[in-house]
Design a protein around this ligand. Structure first.
Ligand code: T46
Length: 134
């Protein structure tokens, strides 16, 4: 997988004067079954998250509130996305190193994931990641 396989998906929007609504359906809007949902919140100014890759996990990252930057790295090339719309999701296939930073106040990063939590599935060492990506 390469950073060119990572892309922004436009999710459905139901506009409503009471407030808008967006949704995601597995295999329809995203190409995997959703096994887990988690979210990052109350991120202090200047903090960064991530700095790892996944061996099998696919994810969709959504800025459910506020904004943040996601920098992706396939071992050869880097690509940055700034997420600030709750109707967009960043699709990240396996084997991509990611770092999240520049969180706005009140930002919520919601993640839809294709696998249950498994610490063995993470690559947290960058040199190991480079070997894995070769
Ligand atoms: C990712 C970014 C965007 C659990 O016990 N269950 C879970 O489902 C998750 C996601 C984490 N944890 C535990 C494992 C660690 O002790 O929560 C702690 C913090 O996890 P981590 O250091 O992996 O957090 P981030 O923000 O660096 O990464 C997380 C996800 O792990 C990762 O998949 O892509 O958010």
């Amino acid at each position: 997988m390469s950073v060119s396989d990572c892309r922004i998906l436009q999710l459905p929007v139901i506009p409503d004067e009471r407030g808008n609504l967006s949704f995601v359906e597995e295999h329809r809007h995203i190409p995997f079954e959703i096994k887990r949902v988690y979210w990052l919140y109350d991120v202090p100014g200047g903090a960064s998250r991530g700095a790892h890759a996944h061996k099998r996990l696919q994810q969709l990252l959504i800025a459910a509130s506020g904004s943040f930057r996601v920098t992706l790295d396939d071992g050869k090339e880097k690509r940055s996305f700034f997420l600030n719309r709750s109707y967009q999701g960043l699709l990240i296939p396996p084997g991509i190193w990611r770092e999240l930073d520049d969180f706005s106040s009140g930002a919520v990063c919601m993640v839809l994931a294709s696998e249950l939590y498994d610490p063995e599935e993470y690559i947290r060492d960058y040199q190991e990641f480079l070997e894995f990506s070769r």
